[in-house]
Design a binder for this molecule. Structure first.
Ligand code: HEM
Length: 226
């Protein structure tokens, strides 16, 4: 398994098992969130009113104000837990890449993609979340709804935000889809002989989400915000 590719040989204790569980649970929670997030943001494809309706509901009920920080904490916790296995030193990185090359093992390469995408998502995802969550509806008379199609489109159209989304979108979709597959493999849902089929499903899923996400980005880019 790639995790052991760089780790010293030591008997894992009970705490490591609990932390592994927590890593999987925070990962699964974030995967569910990202699927919901993609569907909610892509509602703009059906018109500004569709996205504004969903955003308005989430903000006036306080769900966004409550859920946002929960997602942010899960996002950070998931990173801290996963960091236990990330090869940070160049020696560890050389070993991991060396093993992937030597083994000609797609799953080891997928794990490396997972680690690299995680670093970029940590930075860009944090910037994105901070911007969106610090501009939510606060219920003060006369205050505008924070999230709405026009504000989002104006942001997406503004450089360097455009670049941030062009980079974040494919990496987030890739990370979510590989993560979904890896949870299945690690926790025994995907058996050895079912891996090929599961991987195909994972690629199709990643492609479908990327397609919806790209269509959403294009919709934001082409929206008249004046
Ligand atoms: C509670 C947390 C979050 C909220 C409220 C939120 C909200 C939004 C909103 C309103 C947009 C439209 C563009 C904009 O206004 O800037 C958007 C787009 C986007 N968000 Fe989030 N987001 C959250 C968390 C995340 C996380 C954790 C990620 C990934 C790590 C992410 C990735 C993206 C991407 C890639 C887009 C572009 C979507 C597309 O074109 O399909 N978001 N988000």
């Amino acid at each position: 398994m790639p995790l052991e590719a760089t780790a010293p040989l030591a008997k894992p204790g009970r705490a490591a098992a609990y932390l592994d569980w927590l890593q999987m649970l925070t990962g699964a929670f974030l995967i569910l969130f990202m699927w919901g997030h993609l569907l909610m943001v892509s509602s703009v494809l059906f018109g500004r009113g569709a996205m504004n309706g969903i955003a308005g509901f989430l903000e006036t009920t306080g769900l966004a104000q409550l859920g946002g920080p929960v997602i942010a904490v899960a996002f950070l916790l998931h990173f801290v837990l996963a960091a236990r296995k990330i090869p940070f030193t160049s020696k560890e990185q050389r070993t991991a890449v060396g093993h992937a090359k030597m083994l000609h093992h797609t799953d080891t390469w997928l794990w490396i993609v997972q680690v690299v995408s995680a670093m970029v998502i940590l930075v860009l995802g944090s910037i994105h979340m901070w911007t969106v969550l610090t501009d939510l509806y606060v219920g003060v008379p006369g205050s505008e709804l924070g999230i709405n199609a026009e504000t989002s489109a104006a942001r997406v159209q503004k450089w360097p935000w455009t670049l941030l989304y062009i980079v974040l979108l494919p990496l987030a979709e890739l990370h979510v889809s590989i993560g979904f597959y890896r949870i299945g493999v690690k926790w025994g849902v995907i058996k050895r002989k079912g891996r090929k089929k599961a991987k195909l499903i994972e690629y199709i899923m990643a492609g479908a989400f990327l397609l919806i996400g790209t269509a959403t980005l294009i919709r934001f880019l082409l929206m008249d915000v004046n």
